[in-house]
Unconditional design. Structure first.
Lengths: 195, 195
């Protein structure tokens, strides 16, 4: 009965938290074997509608060696509120940065918890950013244009001790694409065509 | 007839491009008089739904000395696509960064063109970001988690010479809150509560 004396092995992870954990782990292994699969290019197309009101379409991306269409053509508007002389037909563009940050860390929490065998019952977050509009209004050369600071607060519950739940959030933050971009910055090339 | 011999003055700007230019300029002057009005705090509340699927609500913000509710409670989902083991019920979180960038610079183009007396006929943009997922998948300590580079390309048309149209885009980039955050980064504080 060699099974009996075999040292304890890590149990294979089952689907959990709505995450297909075996497929997730197989995907990670596939990328480990073939790192070129990890190269992705995301994109959006945008058009100005009126005033400060514009709209983006998010439809397709490339990665894992091929081209992919989203199942839906996602469309999002943005505008300025009345107090900033817009018509509030969408959030301001910078509010989407807060949304993106919360979504990225939260998605990672779902995956990491599943990989660690933790069943989550809830993950909520509140995120806020402080900005002094003297920058974008051109009234100051010392006030920056963007947020001065962002704060995000998570409340997490699941079938693990508080310390393990904290570690899951911390690991997700440590591997978050949006957290990295927001805290470290990224080169942005701007090109302009006229017609 | 002193009007006849008065030196030419800059004509007052009229509403243009859907921008209430007089109110915009009055707002800038009001903030110049009372810089505390420029302090804004934007926020979002998010909750995990399932797997990599989550949702944010964008409802209110403070600024201009008060608290404001958006006219609509904006809600946005995010998810991972099938190739990243999600169910594609929303874009990935990092795609929202591309949307935010395009929206911010485009809104500024609308305002700046109005302030400069230029009538726009179209502003379109394509934005893309390159990312190597070896970072977020935990397969490399040298590959960053976020985008390696973002490119945004604008095509603008209006009743001004190409050079003036280019200057409008360039000025908008120079005063864009999202461009600043993405290129320069911002401190992000993360706090964790368990229950």
């Amino acid at each position: 009965m060699p099974e009996v004396i075999a040292p304890p092995t890590r149990a294979p992870r089952e689907p959990r938290n709505g995450v297909n954990t075996p497929v997730l782990l197989a995907t990670i292994n596939a990328v480990k074997e073939t790192p070129a699969l990890a190269k992705f290019r995301f994109r959006a197309s945008s058009r100005w509608l009126d005033g400060t009101y514009s709209e983006s379409r998010v439809e397709s991306f490339s990665g894992a060696g091929g081209e992919h269409n989203h199942q839906t053509q996602f469309r999002y508007a943005a505008d300025h509120p009345a107090v900033l002389v817009g018509q509030d037909r969408g959030p301001t563009p910078i509010e989407f940065l807060l949304h993106a940050l919360a979504m990225c860390i939260t998605a990672g929490i779902g995956n990491i918890a599943a990989a660690r065998g933790v069943t989550l019952t809830s993950v909520e977050s509140n995120v806020e950013g402080d900005i002094d509009l003297q920058g974008i209004l051109g009234l100051s050369d010392t006030v920056r244009n963007g947020y001065e600071r962002i704060r995000i607060s998570f409340t997490i519950a699941g079938d693990a001790p508080p310390e393990k739940l904290r570690e899951i959030v911390e690991q997700s933050r440590a591997r978050s694409a949006v957290f990295d971009v927001l805290t470290n910055g990224v080169p942005v090339d701007v090109s302009i065509n006229t017609r």
